[in-house]
Design a protein around this ligand. Structure first.
Ligand code: NAI
Ligand code: ENO
Length: 370
């Protein structure tokens, strides 16, 4: 590798940009990260939390000194940043990457915008959360996750290796594919499932007028399987607008699938219905468990707790002492004089393991994963 990356300019200091900055700093404390966010309060928080070393006064302030430019804004804004950058003086052999959930439009735009000694490499760290903003950023957000890179045919090995090296603190698994394959596979396992989750919520909402009890019954499993419907509406709107072609194919495929099951129900075809669920179960049971996929897993920890007032604050107090953040907390079952089950949800499996150790250190409550 020629010159190492020393100066990084990061635009978009939210969940993903912030997490990348923290993971880079963990591995390369001497890297100098300047950051900019259109939202002044995000910019100030990022500086206060030392997610970045320096707050830039404008989007591209001192851009010509950067060895690496990271675009970590919503996908539509990323397109306009690429267009603006294409007219600017940049450092020779600068690497530009993004983190957007879609790749075809962005890489096509970059291919027209950048030539010669400006190297654009599309990126997509495949982990996240339904939370947004820099305060939700974590250095270990991408631990064990896939980090998709979509180098162009013209991308040099040197710039690709430099990028992977500076991002090694993410502890993610780098995987390369074309932007087209990227948009198709993420369409299947991430974008389309978000549409389905939102549509199930809409369906329940429609039935609530007739059956007000729906809201209460939906609190358990239904709430869990539709959890991703609570993700950022603006982000998902933009992702769908970017991945229109692949999604239209998936809509057609889904309609065929629904009509196949509908026929089985209409015909009371019990054998076909059994196979339908059995085949789905077999495929799902074979999915890797420890690997992080596109949709955040349920990092839940269950704690058997005695049913007395103050037990929740006791546990959350221990977790707070060790600075372990909880994303959700719920009592599954409490009956008088027997143990209740407290379900604590975490952003990552690392947080969950730390929480388990913490609770076992301070209490003798039994903890289990599922
Ligand atoms: N949230 C997730 O789970 C994942 C998101 N992504 C992708 O990462 C990107 C960022 O998403 P998040 O970090 O989740 O969103 P976020 O909302 O937490 O952060 C985005 C930040 O970009 C800033 N921003 C918007 N327009 C800007 C502009 N013109 N100039 C400067 N800053 C601007 C916003 O103020 C915000 O602070 C998106 O493209 C998304 O598709 C990728 C993987 C996972
Ligand atoms: O927040 C969600 O709903 C997720 O499913 C996390 C996520 C969002 C966008 C991505 O491109 C990858 C992962």
């Amino acid at each position: 590798m020629d010159q190492p990356i020393k100066r990084i300019h990061l635009i978009g200091l939210g969940l993903i940009g912030g997490s990348i900055a923290l993971s880079v700093k963990k591995e390369f404390p001497d890297a100098w990260i300047t950051g900019y966010d259109i939202n002044q309060s995000q910019l100030e928080i990022a500086k206060t939390l030392t997610v970045i070393d320096e707050a830039a006064g404008s989007q591209f302030e001192n851009i010509e000194t950067a060895d690496l430019i990271i675009l970590a804004a919503p996908v539509e804004q990323t397109l306009s940043m690429i267009e603006t950058l294409s007219g600017m003086k940049l450092k020779k052999d600068v690497i530009i990457t993004d983190v957007g959930s879609t790749k075809q439009k962005i890489t096509a735009c970059a291919a027209t915008a950048f030539k010669g000694d400006v190297h654009f490499i599309g990126g997509h760290p495949m982990a996240g959360s339904h939370k947004s903003g820099v305060t939700a950023a974590r250095a270990h957000l991408f631990e064990n996750a896939f980090y998709i890179l979509t180098p162009a045919k013209t991308t040099s090995e040197d710039s690709l290796n430099k990028l992977k090296n500076i991002l090694k603190g993410t502890n993610a698994h780098f995987i390369e594919m074309t932007p087209e394959v990227h948009d198709e596979v993420t369409g299947v396992i991430s974008h389309f499932p978000h549409i389905v989750a939102a549509s199930l919520v809409h369906q329940a909402g429609r039935f609530e007028d007739t059956h007000p009890v729906i809201k209460r019954l939906a609190a358990g499993g239904f709430r869990d399987i539709t959890r991703i419907a609570s993700s950022s509406p603006a982000m998902w709107r933009d992702i769908l607008l970017h991945n229109k072609e692949k999604l239209l194919t998936l809509f057609a495929d889904w309609e065929r699938e629904m009509s196949r099951v509908k026929d089985m129900v209409e015909d009371l075809d019990s054998l076909a219905l059994f196979s339908y669920f059995k085949d789905a179960k077999d495929y799902r049971d074979g999915l890797p468990e420890r690997e992080k996929g596109a949709i955040p897993s349920f990092y839940d920890l269950y704690v058997d707790v005695p049913d007395y007032p103050g037990v929740i604050s006791e546990i959350t107090g221990y977790l707070a002492m060790e600075e372990i953040s909880i994303t959700n907390i719920r009592i599954i079952e409490t009956r008088e004089e027997i143990y209740g089950v407290l379900r604590l949800s975490f952003q990552t499996d690392i947080d969950r393991e730390r929480a388990q150790k913490c609770i076992e250190k301070y209490t003798d409550y039994k903890t289990f994963f599922s």
